[in-house]
Design a binder for this molecule. Structure first.
Ligand code: GUN
Ligand code: FE
Length: 429
């Protein structure tokens, strides 16, 4: 029994008022790993068997589990690496860090800590980069499966322009990915994403392998980076002179699909937005990372106007926080710098139902609809001294939400429930 909030549609399509459901005295009933009832407490309590225990949430809010549409688990320990933009940052910090993931013990340790961080921040589903090493994905799926998390991950494909120890080949990319797909894709709540790092680190032969894998298996994702940084974009033009633009490099290898997610997509033409829309592909908007690496301001309004699916991503370790609440705050500031105001409900949509839609999982996660999977989060309005003072002054749920995305972080997450089980409780450590 709690105040409940979830999005039921895109605010851009139906208007703010119609886009969400807020029930001040709400009740959520789960049965196994599903939501069995979501509505007013007075309606739900009538039909409740007496032997059911009811948990009452005071001074808080129940929302769907948050969805991170782009994050790198191997970069957990390198957040806050100083002073570089994308290409130098990759060479100086990222590649050396990822080299360590040849060691399965190290990878397993980081995977556990990464998942702990996600849960501490209320994130229950993520689209996740591994490293080039097959084992990095084995240990990740193993750790996610134990917690029954809905997770998508893939081995990085990278056969040029990186240190030798981090390179695969088109052949090993194919056989390693195939083995991982056959072992993990579709197991319980896990999905596989074919994951070329980005165009500069794959040859045409390897991008063709990615296309071949997508054609061979049902329901696979394609996960990569696109048009994040100006120097990167120039480099792609020189490496692939025959391509019309950056997106076209992927398109020529049949990598644009309804399950394709491109991280960043900052520097794109209207025409590229149209091709993303027509193919049903999505962009992961990563505001914290875009600010940290000085990559640029993502044109959210233009992408949405072109009908591109957009989700929100932390992009740790270029992003500086696992918290999608604070990432929503960074999205707001990014829009401010472009003379636009991001409505808090749109930000919340991007971190829940919008993310689910970008990942084509909206029939399973992203809201509190009856029959959906029981992944949800309890927020605490009294989590910090500032919130305690500030939240009682809010006049509406929209204002509350805005205050939470500007002042909130991991401290606000009181509990995270996955498949009906409370697997993180802040005050029970
Ligand atoms: N482009 C290619 N690799 C990466 C990465 O690891 N992080 C980010 N932010 N961009 C990339
Ligand atoms: Fe990234």
């Amino acid at each position: 029994r709690a105040p409940l909030l979830h999005c039921i549609a895109d605010p851009d399509h139906v208007g703010i008022e119609q886009s969400y459901q807020y029930i001040e005295d709400g009740l959520l009933i789960t049965c196994g790993d599903r939501i069995q009832f979501c509505g007013k407490a007075e309606d739900g309590l009538k039909n409740l068997p007496n032997n059911l225990s009811v948990t009452q949430v005071e001074n808080g809010l129940l929302i769907p589990g948050l969805i991170d549409t782009h994050v790198h688990y191997p970069q957990t320990d390198m957040i806050a690496s100083y002073g570089e933009q994308l290409l130098d940052w990759l060479e100086r910090y990222t590649f050396p860090e990822e080299t360590q993931f040849a060691d399965a013990n190290h990878a397993g340790d980081v995977a556990e800590r990464f998942l702990n961080e996600l849960l501490r921040n209320g994130t229950t589903t993520a689209l996740v980069f591994g490293t080039v090493h097959k084992t990095s994905v084995e240990v990740f799926f193993d750790a996610a499966a134990k917690r029954r998390l809905r997770m998508i991950c893939g081995k990085v494909l990278m056969d040029r322009n990186a240190p030798d120890t981090l390179l695969d080949t088109p052949e090993s990319a194919y056989s390693d990915s195939k083995a991982l797909i056959e072992r993990w894709h579709g197991q319980d709540r896990l999905h596989y994403a074919v994951t070329p790092r980005f165009a500069p680190t794959s040859t045409d032969e390897q991008l063709a392998v990615a296309g071949r894998l997508l054609a061979e298996y049902e329901g696979l994702y394609l996960h990569t980076h696109l048009a994040e940084n100006h120097k990167e974009c120039e480099w792609v033009q020189s490496l692939f002179p025959e391509s019309q633009d950056y997106l076209d490099v992927y398109d020529r290898h049949h990598l644009l699909s309804e399950r394709s997610v491109f991280a960043h997509g900052i520097h794109l033409s209207d025409d590229a937005h149209q091709r993303l829309h027509h193919s049903g592909s999505a962009i992961a908007f990563c505001p914290s990372s875009n600010l940290f690496l000085g990559s640029g301001l993502f044109p959210l309004s233009s992408a949405c106007q072109h009908g591109v699916n957009v989700g929100l991503g932390t992009d740790v370790g270029a992003g500086t926080s696992f918290s999608l609440l604070s990432t929503m705050g960074d999205a707001y500031k990014t829009q401010q710098l472009q003379g636009q105001s991001l409505h808090p409900m749109k930000a919340f949509y991007l971190a829940t139902l919008g993310g689910a839609k970008a990942l084509r999982l909206e029939d399973k996660i992203g809201n509190l609809a009856i029959g959906s999977e029981a992944d949800f989060v309890i927020l605490d309005y009294q989590a910090t001294p500032l919130l305690k003072q500030r939240l009682p002054r809010c006049q509406s749920i929209e204002e509350i939400l805005f205050t939470l995305m500007i002042l909130g972080d991991d401290r606000v997450i009181k509990a995270t429930i996955v498949a009906g089980e409370p697997i993180y409780q802040r005050d029970k450590i």
